[in-house]
Design a protein around this ligand. Sequence first.
Ligand code: PLP
Length: 429
Amino acid sequence: MTDVFYRAPALRYPTIARGEGVFLWDTDGRQYLDGASGALVANLGHGRREIAQAMAEQAERIAFAHTMRFTSAAQEELAQRIAALLPFGLRHTYPVSGGSEAIETAIKLARQYFLEVGEPQRFRVLARWASYHGNSLGALSASGHIMRRRPYAPLLSPAFAHFSPPDPGCPGVAEDGECDCTRALRAAVERAGPASVAAILIEPVGGSANSGLVPHAGYMEAVRRIATECGALLIADEVMTGFGRTGRVLGMEHFGVAPDLVTAAKGLSGGYAPLGAVIANDRVYEAVRAGSGRFAHGFTYGGHPVACAAGAKALEILARERLVVRAAEMGALLRAGLEELGARQESVVEVRGLGLMQALVLPTDARPGARAARLSDFAFDEGLIVYAGSGGPDGVLGDHVLVAPPLIVAPAEIDALLERLERSLTRLD
Ligand SMILES: Cc1ncc(COP(=O)(O)O)c(C=O)c1O
């Protein structure tokens, strides 16, 4: 008997006992290789004493003081470290407690930006089909993941419109920098009314939906151009891709495209505390600072000192251990291993992704996500955690699993991961 309202009440969940590096153990002593870093969260690996200590010291000194009245050394250090790491002049950090909160915050900040600059007619947000931006109602309204939207459709906001994701079969942009995929976005802007669009919201690499999808060359530049031409802000959702996962600090660096706002969470604290953030460029920050002087928003736990202390220490480790470069190196090894495995296994249609964010595309199942879920269950039996995703180009059909171990993963651990994955795929066949 339990008093917990589990995600799936009928399921029995093993009880987690501890973690060390890329491994987890449950209370029955079973070992799991965390091949998904949870859900692309535990980027620094498990069992980092240094982070636990930083959090404990912070909690002892002061665990909570409301940000309406106080800042904290931990919040200041977190923001400084983010500003030092991030490219594109992104340096104004608004801390929150997770990815969905970061998305809600970015959307509201985009709206407020246009109130500040005297364009109150701008409120619409354009996002892609086959995307995932979070489960709170604003973030779900933005998300183009049909299966997650369907039960809550009557509650979702009509202020959000969607456009098709880039087609993996697209021959690429023409000399004018356009292709059918970018024209789909232009058409969505026209339908919405260009003067009403506040933001275009985009994941640099497909995460829970359209897993591992990397836009073709020229696509992201066109998205930036279209946002600029219609006067909207560009928001990059880097909740999964941010802070080293793809082998760069930000996923957008692969395309050399500067967003106005970035959302982050997951790897920002490596899962040691619930932490997210919106990071703004000068244009947005200065509009609010010099305008009304107050962002009309806030969560009680935003800027929580213990969460900020975890994030600051996580970023210190990320830099000290050069984990972004390591993600690129280990990502190349993982990719090569997955491709070899894919050539042997019928169930692998494609391997795609960047750095340590790699996805296996599986044959589409008539029940969206069912094959990916089955593979993920077989892997769990084999002592391997992978992250099942669904929702291809139409936002519904398409099965994938993300393979994304912590950035500290060693070559021998990649081999162990691949062996367990191969056994799971063989069972799937
Ligand atoms: C790209 C992206 N944005 C937002 C979210 C929502 O984050 P959270 O689950 O922390 O609310 C997720 C979660 O998986 C995500 O992958």
